[in-house]
Design a binder for this molecule. Structure first.
Ligand code: GDG
Length: 479
């Protein structure tokens, strides 16, 4: 048990990298939930004996800080009202659609905003409590945009970084938010505000100039108190080497062969892997595939689509509606076009272990990633990392952040159904040489820029922001 924590590095994120589980003896315990963020930050957290503050899910109270696999974790409690107002409400029904180009209509409720402020304040107070003198605090994502300013007020000695994992909208959309100025001022509490793409950083700087009235020059904001805030792009990535190792293990190779066999050894396997979210464009992509079958351009004997849709935000109404729509569409396509033992779409509303995901990536001949808007999209990068034989075609939305780096994918506009159908067909029919040429180029990009490089560049630049505070951190031991 870690009590009286005082850390030189504090990570603050909405979720902790663990889930609460029931142990065989009936007592409660923790299970690590490996994710991109923890892989990225773990080495520098360990080197500095850093702590991670976050919500473990649920409403359990009186949770003490604890250690799990060598990481110091500080759990935050949320009441049912706070989950509804802060998490399901303001974060996922106001900010999420607003920041994703209004793909769905955002709801504005004053009581959600109250809950958002309350929860942000509690996270900031906890960070202020556990951070050592001159420590670095790295705050993550849209659920906690007020934390930097609240924390700076409590602890002016800290070096504070903020990273937004989702897009930051253009001024024309952001302007709708009744609390736009407060959110901008919240972020300005940080020394460095990181985004996935440079366009997002530019949107932010422009809004700060227009709405808050601070002077700006390129990526710097000059505050009246003499501080500068930098806003820049740090495109997130994946643990490419780790995945490449995993996908070549005996178990994964065997499982991939089993999957292809179970599918009836089709000529080509299409794959989609997404949280079941309306930003991901699952409906339109399945419709495009269905139309190709109807028109006879594809045949269920040759082509099959596996769609993994991981359950997500099931308490939010728009997510329930989406689930019903996709259920109906898949039912219709399979009913109209499937044959005995050959459904057109294998629809899996579930989540799977990492090994199974790797086996699916290994099996897929055409990976289909078609979000209407996505900060980055790690699935696209993971697929590329898993294609050790330099084969496999990626169909990728122009509106995923990943499209800025993965230029050799078959890029599509997900709003253009005919364009998407053509891209699916082109990727399906492409000759081996063409597929290899494109995949080789993308693999080079992914290898050069992995998640460790992402975390290191953010931390290095946070340390270097002119006029910022705090002491220098130790680099990870193995670098
Ligand atoms: C947000 C931004 C940005 C999915 N199903 C399973 C599973 N996954 C893993 C994938 C991937 C991750 O979840 C999903 O990441 P994405 O980037 O695709 O999408 P979001 O969840 O929307 O993430 C996004 C990201 O933050 C990081 O900054 O790229 O733009 O929206 O790693 O592999 N993993 C396992 N089982 C599953 O069933 N184990």
């Amino acid at each position: 048990m870690v009590k009286n924590v005082s850390a030189d590095l504090v990570v603050v994120a909405n979720r902790l990298p663990v889930d609460r589980v029931e142990l065989p003896d009936g007592s409660k315990g923790w299970r690590t939930s490996p994710g991109g963020l923890v892989t990225a930050i773990e080495p520098v957290l360990r080197a500095n004996e850093g702590v991670w503050i976050g919500w473990p899910g649920g409403t359990e109270e009186h949770l003490e800080p604890f250690e799990q696999d060598g990481l110091h974790l500080v759990p935050m409690t949320m009441s049912q009202d706070e989950i509804e107002g802060h998490y399901e409400g303001f974060s996922n029904a106001t900010l999420w659609p607003l920041y994703h180009d209004l793909v769905a209509k955002p709801a504005f409720h004053r009581e959600w905003w109250e809950a958002y402020q309350r929860v942000n304040r509690r996270f900031a107070e906890k960070a202020a409590e556990v951070a050592a003198e001159g420590a670095t605090v790295w705050v993550h994502d849209y659920q906690l945009q007020l934390v930097p300013a609240m924390l700076r007020e409590l602890r002016p000695d800290l070096k504070i970084g903020f990273y937004l994992h989702i897009p930051f909208p253009p001024a024309e959309l952001f302007q709708q938010l009744p609390w736009r100025r407060q959110l901008l001022e919240g972020l300005l509490g940080a020394d460095l505000v990181g985004f996935q793409l440079s366009g997002a950083a530019q949107n932010f700087v422009r809004l700060v100039r227009q709405r808050v009235g601070h002077k700006t020059h390129r990526d710097l904001v000059y505050l009246p108190d003499g501080r500068t805030v930098r806003a820049a792009a740090y495109p997130i990535s994946i643990d490419a080497a780790g995945l490449e190792d995993l996908v070549q293990t005996e178990g994964v190779v065997k499982r991939s062969a089993e999957i292809r066999e179970a599918l009836g050894r089709p000529r080509k396997v299409f794959l989609g892997v997404d949280r079941l979210d309306y930003t991901k464009g699952i409906y339109a992509r399945l419709r495009a595939f269905g139309e190709l079958l109807t028109e006879g351009k594809l045949d269920v004997d040759d082509a099959v689509f596996i769609q993994v849709a991981v359950p997500s935000r099931e308490q939010v109404e728009q997510y329930r509606i989406l689930r019903d729509e996709i259920d109906r569409l898949v039912g219709r396509i399979n009913g109209d076009l499937g044959e005995i033992g050959r459904p057109a779409i294998h629809y899996l509303h579930s989540s799977y272990p990492r090994e199974e995901m790797a086996a699916l990536y290994r099996t897929a001949d055409v990976m289909v990633v078609t979000p209407y808007r996505d900060g980055m999209n790690l699935v696209a990068k993971e697929y590329v990392a898993c294609r050790c034989q330099d084969d496999g075609a990626l169909v990728l939305s122009e509106f995923a952040g990943a499209a800025e780096e993965l230029r050799q994918a078959w890029l599509v506009n997900p709003y253009d159904l005919n364009g998407m159908k053509q891209a699916l067909l082109d990727a399906y029919r492409a000759d081996e040489k063409e597929v290899t040429r494109r995949m080789k180029a993308m693999r080079k990009t992914i290898k050069q820029h992995d998640v460790a490089a992402w975390a290191a560049s953010f931390m290095t630049e946070l340390a270097d922001v002119p006029g910022s505070h705090g002491k220098t951190l130790r680099p990870p031991r193995d670098s």
